[in-house]
Ligand binder design. Sequence first.
Ligand code: BGC
Length: 449
Amino acid sequence: MGVQKEPKQAIKNAPGTWGIFYGLFWYTNLMKLIFPKGFYWGASTSAHQVEGNNHNSWSEWEKKNAERLASEAKDGTDVWKKWESRDMNRFPEMFEKDNYISGDASDHYNKFKEDFDIAKTLSHNTHRFSIEWSRIEPEEGKFDEKEIGHYLDVLHALRERGIEPFVTLWHWPLPVWLEEKGGWENKNIYKYFEKYAKKIADTLGDKITFWITLNEPEVFSTLSYLKGVWPPQKKSYFLYRRVIRNLVKAHKSAYIVIKEKTPQAQVCVAKHNVYFEAYENRVVNRLLKLVSDWWWNDWFLKQIKGFQDVITLNHYHHNRINYGFHKNENEKVSDLGWELYPESLGKMASELRKYKLPIYVTEHGLADADDSRREWFILESLKYLHEAISNGADVRGYLHWSLFDNFEWDKGFWPRFGLVEVDYKTKERTIRSSAQVYKKICESNMLEL
Ligand code: BGC
């Protein structure tokens, strides 16, 4: 008996035993990054990129420009140069005219229930989509009740699956009649946008909490009116300023009508912010960072101050500024040649703390056709996002771009941003393995290192 007692006693008294258990418990928990309770996990899409068969300002532009874009890809002219050194031959579709025509896209318009079943299987509890203005108001002042009914079905389908919708009202294309009236250059566009927003608030408002009036106004105005590469392809500082003014006005008017109808609504614009970093912390670079932050990241948000309830962040880019040039190290890049720099998501969230509003990441992702970098990129980026949350950033959701492959604007179909792959011929969906890794995070609300 004495012999039996001795080892038990020894274990009980051993100072190290509980210490080891405690240490292990502490260590395993340290390896778990738990996100705030009720965190939203999901993915985003936009109407023109996924629905198929839209007739709007973009679809018209595609018809006129597809040939040119395909031949620019062949010639390796300016826009395409950066891909030349990379394995462009992996994506021969970029040389084909059809790549640049959205056509029936991923046919999400007809397959939305199937797609939301996939989102549910992947344990998403939120989803961002956009309403296509040109479907709702195909002719000036004539609202199409059948199409409104379609989006009502979309909202029901999400809610039935326990998925919270984030709804964007304008993700870039305009109805053709409005583009013909000058689109965003028209000083009255805010009135048209207000009417459209009111119609949606009146008919679908009770099904929506999170509203994004405009998607990335700064990206649209820069690419369409300063750089002149997107429709309507103008290059004028004067027009750019006018368009920004009209976008600000449109957001504010929509904000007011939405809040009148549904005061509990959480309304904002999806803001595309870039993480500017001063190379080697040099004074000149720090000054340039200040200017860049002001112009690209803060200017629009400051103009709509008081007219937003949350911040929705779309984030893709890091720019290490060196005397006005990028000094990115580009060790890892996406298929589009964009640097993959996971730290920047956390930095961005931290920089947004100054607005003292809840933050939702509503886009973040990469073009990665063979799914070789997506898992790493998601895990690493979320690690830094968690760090920002621990340091006080009030981040309440993360929506990956994108739920499935889609039409990437002037680049067409070849860049593959989806957690789910789409075979554009058969429209078959295949879940990528990175999506399964993301699923584990979504269902456990934590990241295990
Ligand atoms: C846009 C998306 C686009 C994504 C990837 C975002 O700026 O909102 O429509 O697909 O970037 O380029």
